[in-house]
Design a protein around this ligand. Sequence first.
Ligand code: NDP
Length: 315
Amino acid sequence: MAARVLDGNKIREEIIADLAVEIRELKAAGITPGLAAILVGDNPASHIYVRNKVKACQSLGLYSEKIELPSEASTEDLIKRVGELNRRDSVDGILIQLPLPPQVDTQAVLEAVDPAKDVDGLHPVNLGYLVSGRPGLVPCTPAGIVEILRRGGIAMAGSQTLIIGRSNLVGKPLALLLLREHATVTIAHSRTRALAPLARQADILIAAIGQPGLVTAEFIKPHATVIDVGINRLTTPEEIRRLYRQSSVPLHQLEAKGSVLVGDVQPEDASEMAGAFTPVPGGVGPLTIAMLMVNSVRAAKRRRMDQKKTTTGSR
Ligand code: NDP
């Protein structure tokens, strides 16, 4: 029997519907959550990502602004702009679109963001909150993966969960979030030996690698849940034929669009072996922006409600 598809677009709609209620409440209290995105240089993918984030803000009635800096911007230029946004009351969330150009010290820029406005959850203070189990802003993609599992009815507590990938952006924070959900978490990476047999023990297998189709049938325990975080763009028929043994649809897509988006998991193997899986596109991707909106609203609520309490209290 073919595996159940965990539909990221549908789950995003559910999250956005819940969020719309919270936004209405905030607006009734005179608060319009605001997000500012800093975009450096002319990386086309970064421009598309920021445009989609701004569009998501607009459709939810959030205030948003895009700050564009030239590709030769320095670390100091960025830190200065971040400082201005830190001080602006109308801005609740500050997003630094990564990657930054090589001359910029990315970590220094991320650390300049006020942790209360760090909607990407990448500031060491928020990562520290995550480690110590205190409430803070959590990185969007890992938070989205937990939402998919929760809303998809996948039992996390007590599960054997393997995450392939140990980045600060995905693998490491995701491991901490899943620990919070009482999963038994293992993290694998490029130095892990005998990866396939290790993966085959997992009830929940999460691939956050960046290698098209690395996870094949031999990695997947029958009926396991497979979450594919990878986003890889294939541009030749040979690459596509290597990944798809049965379907010719991707080859037609390549002809029509010039490239095809695929994940880290062999899609036909996931469909045959898994109990449930996230497709690419349409799985984890849609959740990342949804969770950015959730974080922006959460940041607005915490910071501005706190301000209101302080002002009222000091009267
Ligand atoms: P990184 O490149 O930072 O990390 C990749 C991880 O995969 C590393 O830990 C690396 O190990 C590990 N790895 C690489 N090759 C292998 C291998 N052959 N076997 C086992 N492990 C391996 O990537 P990110 O975490 O930032 O992103 C991972 C993927 O997820 C990318 O495709 C990215 O585009 C996608 N992504 C998707 C998002 C979405 O919204 N859907 C959001 C963010 C990312 P080591 O540490 O040893 O080098």
